[in-house]
Design a protein around this ligand. Structure first.
Ligand code: XMP
Length: 321
């Protein structure tokens, strides 16, 4: 890879912030730029860095793609309002569900999300705002895994030989490309983001679509959304790097109220890792696992089976898609 990593030991946050402000200014050369905020620390750090560099020459959007957790847009918008950064919410739910319709292959699902974001949604926003540049929070690990052919991360473009100017009509600027997640958290803290943002567990770009095996529909996203909320409530005190609920495609025979129920399966994953390159399952107590199972089977309609994932990465990956 010809991108150089800046390790946590090497990182001087003040120097990094000043250098990146300058390079964002150089790269955008007086033009308008846009960026899309999600819930994660990477896009939050880029948003604040971009606003410090460009002021109102940066337009920030939150793309409501329908595959996020509940209440996400309002929460994020209010965090940034307090920081003086206006964020416009763009409703693109129908576009994403239309693009995902009928797809079951993981890489095809990822590709559909990438195309919808970059061609469709950002393409429109660039036209609407007159922007020539998109600022985004790609980090070193995203590039590494995509180039290794493990998983097509949703935000990898030029590193795969895609000419964004030609394909989508704008240039992509990536201020965090030399950092891994712990470095981004340090920069986010130094930028003045609140603790709930810089400590937030990572959440993937393809969002809950990465946690649905098989077709992604509004109904299946709603189910995995409830399961996600339960996992987050029960495991946030675990100290783990990331925890997630996965909706399986296969159904299994269960029973409820004395009757057969051919029902759904939820898999819970909880990971310990420093950098997401390798990871081990967290040693969650059996009592917690049992509580999770009871809540899933009671609160997520149709769930009759709950499992806990115990393999390491590799050969697993952290997300299921
Ligand atoms: P995997 O599943 O590759 O996940 O072991 C490693 C870390 O990356 C996150 N992840 C993504 N993040 N876009 C992202 O921004 C993606 O397409 C994507 N896929 C996985 C995952 O949540 C974990 O933290």
């Amino acid at each position: 890879m010809d991108i150089k990593e800046i390790t946590l030991q090497e990182l001087n946050t003040d120097k990094f912030i000043e250098e990146q402000k300058k390079s964002i200014n150089d790269a955008t050369a007086g033009d308008i730029a846009i960026n899309a905020l999600s819930v994660g620390v990477d896009s939050s750090a880029v948003t604040l860095l971009g606003h410090k560099a460009l002021g109102n020459r940066l337009k920030t959007y939150f793309v409501e793609n329908g595959i996020m957790r509940q209440d996400e847009p309002q929460r994020v918008v209010s965090v940034f309002k307090k920081l003086g950064v206006p964020v416009e919410i763009i409703d693109a739910k129908d576009k994403f569900f239309a693009a995902l319709k009928g797809l079951t292959d993981p890489e095809e699902k990822r590709e559909a999300i990438t195309q919808t974001f970059y061609k469709d949604v950002f393409g429109d926003l660039v036209k609407k705002s007159g922007a020539k540049h998109l600022l985004q929070g790609t980090i070193y690990t995203d590039v590494e895994e995509t180039i290794a052919g493990i998983k097509r991360q949703h935000n990898i473009l030029s590193q795969l030989g895609i000419d964004t100017e030609k394909e989508f009509g704008y240039n992509v600027v990536e201020p965090l490309i030399n950092l891994r997640k712990p470095g981004v958290r340090k920069v986010a803290q130094a930028l003045g983001l609140p603790e709930e943002t810089f400590k937030r567990p990572p959440f993937p770009g393809p969002a809950l679509a990465a946690r649905v095996i098989g077709e992604v529909t509004p109904e299946r996203i709603a189910l995995v959304g409830i399961a996600t909320q339960i996992v987050e409530e029960e495991l946030s005190s675990s100290g783990a790097f990331q925890y997630m609920a996965i909706l399986h495609e296969d159904k299994v025979t269960g029973m409820r109220n004395g009757k057969r129920e051919f029902g759904l399966q939820i898999e819970v994953r909880c990971w310990d890792t420093a950098d997401a390159v390798t990871a081990t399952p967290t040693n969650v107590s059996f009592d917690t696992l049992r509580k999770l199972a009871d809540r899933m089977t009671n609160e997520v309609p149709g769930v009759v089976s709950v499992t806990y994932h115990i393999a390491t990465k590799p050969p697993s990956t952290m997300e299921v898609v």
